[in-house]
Design a binder for this molecule. Structure first.
Ligand code: DMJ
Length: 456
């Protein structure tokens, strides 16, 4: 997520008074908090380096490792996800160590199946942001090789809608029943690749998929969350801003932000107006976005998915500041109530809808985007609370761990790859006044990969 081209920022920050810290803000030593984040990153990287080097994911309780997608086969997922975070933190030895591993070991000629969506946002995106950081052409070549292996998933459908899974060596496809996020979250990765290689095939495929999805919206402007990629037939009636639709909306905006794509901006506006009209709902003074029937707008339930908490930041970026801020505040209150966010929350009962905590970045992501827009202290506070709760509850012997139950604070032996790319970066950028980041003109992808705004 990102922003530039937002003239409104000049207005919000126009007066010198806007920069004067409030007394409470002045009390917090942001620089020191930033240093703390950096030292946690260095510690976690050291654990990964010692116990799981080149593996997809470290197991932070046992010190073992696990593959992400292909059983028994590792593609250095966490390492790739971590690279631009390390670079922004000026952990240059660690960064170069990771780049050297890629150059010496990473080979995508694998007889195994990967998720097209996860591979693009995590691995293609991670390689491209690392390439932006250091300019090593091998990183770009690896991103291109991997993308070429994924392209048949887009090309097989007459509608341009990708299958969910592809075998990297054989190109065999699986998973024709797919969803908005997996269809439409690659235009900034593929747009960056097209710019870098001069080959428009990537961005064209991404755009075709997004438009094809959009054209299937209902008369009231909503998308359902399951569709057949060969026929375009809807396989569900549920419209949601959460998974598996979430980053489709994010990338409509992002395509405008990073690539200046006006069609995507128009599609973003239409989708957002429909969501605000049919899915926003207030309960006990708190704003939520509920799942509804995509043709009638009838509410399905009140349950909220933590993954949706990115949406307040997106709304604010698009100019819908009031609902955006209200929604982020709703999630921050849940985080305060439980000490840490559960995967699912039920506003009707005030209890959890799912008790786990998957070490997720979305609330920090939203608050970071609000903060980039208006630099208000409240957002830094939200991010600091998110960081401190994570440090208190998710820290394990060999890294940071998910939580099996937020009510008992019992941890689980798993550290997802996005942890390296997302929240550690948001914390660092929000607290540290990072020298290597352009706070005015930047773009961070849905996975937190920086495609614009790295300052050499
Ligand atoms: C990340 O992989 C991306 O942010 C994605 O869009 C959905 N959420 C996960 C992290 O929770």
């Amino acid at each position: 997520m990102s922003h530039f081209r937002i003239g409104r920022r000049g207005l919000v920050l126009g007066g010198a008074a806007a920069f004067l810290p409030l007394p409470a803000e002045a009390k917090e030593n942001w620089q020191r908090l930033g240093e703390d984040v950096r030292s946690e990153m260095r510690w976690a990287w050291g654990q990964y380096r010692a116990r799981a080097w080149g593996k997809d994911q470290i197991m932070p309780i046992s010190g073992g490792s696990e593959s992400f997608s292909i059983k028994g086969k590792h593609l250095g997922l966490s390492l790739i996800e971590a690279l631009d975070t390390l670079w922004l933190m000026e952990l240059d030895t660690e960064f170069q160590d990771g780049v050297d591993w890629i150059k010496g070991n990473l080979d995508f000629d694998v007889d195994g199946e990967l998720s097209v969506f996860e591979t693009i946002i995590r691995i293609v995106g991670g390689l491209l942001s690392a390439w932006h950081a250091c300019g090593d052409p091998v990183l770009l070549a690896r991103a291109k090789d991997l993308s070429d292996r994924l392209m048949p998933s887009f090309e097989a459908s007459p509608l341009g809608l990708p299958h969910r899974y592809i075998n990297l060596r054989t190109g065999a496809l699986r998973g024709p029943e797919t969803n908005p996020a997996e269809i439409g979250s690659c235009i900034t990765e593929f747009g960056t690749l097209s710019r870098a290689t001069g080959d428009p095939r990537y961005v064209n495929a991404a755009k075709k998929a997004m438009v094809s999805m959009y054209e299937r919206r209902s008369k009231i402007g909503l998308l359902a969350d399951k569709i057949h990629c060969m026929t375009g037939e809807w396989k569900s009636r549920r419209a949601t801003i959460g998974p598996p639709s979430d980053s489709y909306y994010e990338y409509l905006w992002d395509a405008w932000q990073l690539l200046g794509d006006r069609d995507c901006l128009d599609m973003y506006r239409v989708c957002t107006a429909a969501i605000l009209k049919h899915q926003s709902a207030t309960l006990d003074g708190r704003l939520w976005f509920v799942d509804v029937d995509f043709e009638t707008g009838a509410r399905i339930n009140w349950e909220q998915d933590e993954l949706s908490s990115f949406y307040g930041g997106l709304l604010a970026q698009g100019g819908d500041i009031v609902p955006g801020e209200a929604y982020t505040r709703s999630w921050d209150r849940v985080a305060r109530e439980f000490g840490i966010l559960p995967e699912g929350y039920n506003p009707e009962t005030g209890g959890t809808a799912y008790k786990t905590n998957d070490l997720r970045p979305e609330l920090a992501d939203a608050a970071f985007n609000h903060w980039l827009l208006d630099r208000r202290f409240v957002w830094r506070e939200v991010i600091a609370r998110h960081y401190r709760a994570m440090k208190q509850w998710n820290k394990a012997p060999y890294g940071y761990a998910v939580m099996a139950d937020v009510t008992t604070k019992q941890q689980g032996d798993h550290c997802p790859g996005y942890w390296w790319s997302e929240q550690m970066k948001y914390y660092w950028l929000a607290f540290a006044d990072a020298k290597r980041f352009d706070y005015k003109r930047n773009y961070l992808s849905t996975e937190g990969n920086v495609f614009l705004g790295l300052k050499k």
